[in-house]
Ligand binder design. Structure first.
Ligand code: BGC
Length: 536
């Protein structure tokens, strides 16, 4: 079977899995207030104008949460599936499951059917969102790994945007097609994902782990050696992979529990916290509930129409475009500085919003806004400043924590644990996503502007956590990241390895190595530099 070797093409196909993730995030927002939806799933009868009131609040919460719930489960089991059947195969299974889920939600005539369909869709997104980054990081050359895995985040942002506008557009259709069209159309990219994957190679590292050495070498030759099996870079990669696989066979425990072993727990916590913090930035407050914020800032129209949806849509556009700088420069910036800068700016914008609401808002008069979460009212210049700072917040997440939260975890773990470890990290993303979706509306209703203080505090905490505990992994061959966590090297801290703030981004060296431009003497000096950056 013909296989494609262009790494950008490979990444472009694989990240369609990310787009499904984005569909998941915005699949409800523009639909839940439409009459066809409220009437189809009506539990509360009709208002005095004869309009359907839809499901009860609790049931709507359950319908919404069915997807992140399913995703949590899918992510969690994806590690086992991917270690057993391969990275590529597990993503293909994910695409089939998505198609089945989409058929169920598209055809749903009652609430249980809708919930079931959303759990199935979520399950698929859980598998894809955990295993696409593993697949790409195992197939990408080190100098482009950040960019290529970062495409996953870009696909997520496109998915959110496209689904939001499809739903928005469909909300003008009469009858149940208003929600059946978007929920049916979403099956198409999954079919393309499955088909595209047929022409992509399996991860060379997974193949090596399964003792399929010839195939592993063929894949590396195809994607990193321009078809030349004698390329020095391919030789080097094969040697490093072999060393690691053999070492792991001889020395390592291969069970899930190893993630909690003393020499691994530090890494497990860093990876899991990367995803937890990315949720606790408050980004999904903007993704799910930005309409509440803009309503409080006076952007909703008086007749209860959908006026607030357009400014919400703008934030999704900002999200897509501001992810691009990361794709271009993330590997240059390195992981640490990107996370630190992102945490700093998000903390700033959240604090500004907290201060503006605290000083200039008044409690919203009862009955003024439809939701209790819309608890404050703010007008004039401070309201405009809130809108601006909300967009700036999105513009700060998009090039930093958004992509790095996907790029960083797979880089942290040894091959034998990567699939399972990333599965665990991604399931933490979904668990917090699920919790925040529930917790944010009552938080706005009860502690009002202090909700922003809470998220700003999380951003300050993640800044410190990154500074002290998150080492630099950019541009290091995955096998070399291993050495950074080795706590027996000179200068290393017990159970931790090289102190995070002493680790560096050694980009120039790896670029030369990949291009086979390095001379023997440079090789020695460079190797030394690499070692020092991981050990010093
Ligand atoms: C997060 C999602 C979020 C999205 C926004 C992702 O990295 O995991 O929860 O909705 O970014 O772009």
């Amino acid at each position: 079977m013909y296989k494609v070797g262009n790494i950008y093409f490979i990444a472009a196909v694989a990240v369609i899995g990310g787009a499904l993730f984005g569909f998941d995030i915005s699949s409800m927002s523009a639909i839940i207030s439409t009459q066809p939806y409220l009437c189809q799933f009506n539990q509360r009868g009709f208002n005095d104008k004869g309009l359907c009131l839809g499901p009860t609040d609790g049931v709507q919460g359950g319908i919404t949460a069915a997807m992140p719930g399913g995703s949590w489960l899918g992510a969690l089991i994806s590690g086992v599936v991917s270690d057993k059947f391969g990275r590529k195969r597990s993503i293909q299974m994910g695409s089939w499951i998505w198609i089945i889920g989409s058929i169920v939600v598209c055809a749903s005539v009652n609430i249980p059917m809708l919930v079931l369909g959303r759990v199935i869709n979520g399950f698929s997104v859980g598998i894809c969102s955990a295993q696409v980054p593993v697949y790409i990081s195992e197939i990408a050359p080190p100098s482009k790994r950040g960019r290529l895995v970062g495409f996953q985040q870009w696909a997520i942002t496109w998915g959110i945007l496209i689904m939001f506008f499809i739903c928005y557009g469909s909300s003008f259709i009469k009858g149940s097609a208003a929600f059946r069209v978007p929920w049916g159309v979403q099956a198409i990219p999954a079919a393309l994902l499955w088909l595209g994957l047929v022409f992509l190679p399996e991860s060379p590292r997974w193949l090596a782990k399964k003792d399929r050495w010839e195939e592993a070498k063929d894949v590396l030759t195809l994607i990193h050696g321009n078809g030349d099996p004698n390329s020095p870079w391919v030789h080097r990669e094969m040697a490093e992979i072999r060393e690691v696989v053999e070492f792991e066979r001889a020395n390592a425990d291969v069970s899930y529990l190893e993630l909690l072993a003393p020499n691994m727990i530090n890494r497990t916590s860093i990876g899991v916290f990367t995803q937890i913090w990315s949720q606790l930035t408050g980004m999904n407050v903007m993704m799910y509930y930005i309409a509440y914020v803009f309503t409080m800032a006076g952007l909703a129209s008086d007749d209860g129409g959908n006026a607030v949806l357009l400014p919400s849509g703008i934030s999704f556009i900002v999200n897509v475009f501001m992810t691009v700088p990361a794709l271009l420069w993330m590997d240059r910036w390195g992981r640490r500085s990107t996370l630190l800068v992102g945490a700093f700016f998000m903390c700033l914008w959240l604090s500004i919003n907290a201060a503006l609401f605290a000083v200039y808002s008044t409690p919203a008069p009862p009955g003024m806004f439809p939701s209790a979460a819309e608890s404050m009212l703010i007008t004039g210049a401070p309201a405009k400043a809130i809108i601006a700072s909300t967009y700036l917040f999105v513009a700060s997440f998009a090039p930093t924590w958004g992509p790095v939260s996907w790029v960083y975890p797979p880089e942290l773990y040894p091959l034998r644990l990567r699939g399972k470890a990333v599965a665990l990290c991604t399931s933490a993303n979904w668990a917090f996503n699920f919790a925040l979706a529930y917790f944010v509306p009552p938080a706005f209703a009860t502690i009002t502007w202090k909700t922003y203080v809470l998220f700003a505090t999380f951003c300050a905490a993640m800044f410190l956590h990154v500074y002290f505990m998150f080492p630099e992994t950019a541009n290091k061959p995955l096998e070399e990241v291993e050495e950074m966590f080795d706590d027996k090297r000179p200068g290393a801290v017990k159970y931790i390895g090289t102190p995070a703030w002493k680790t560096r981004n050694t980009r120039n060296l790896v670029l030369k190595q990949e291009r086979n431009e390095i001379t023997e003497s440079e090789e020695k000096i460079g190797y030394q530099e690499h070692k020092e950056s991981t050990a010093a």
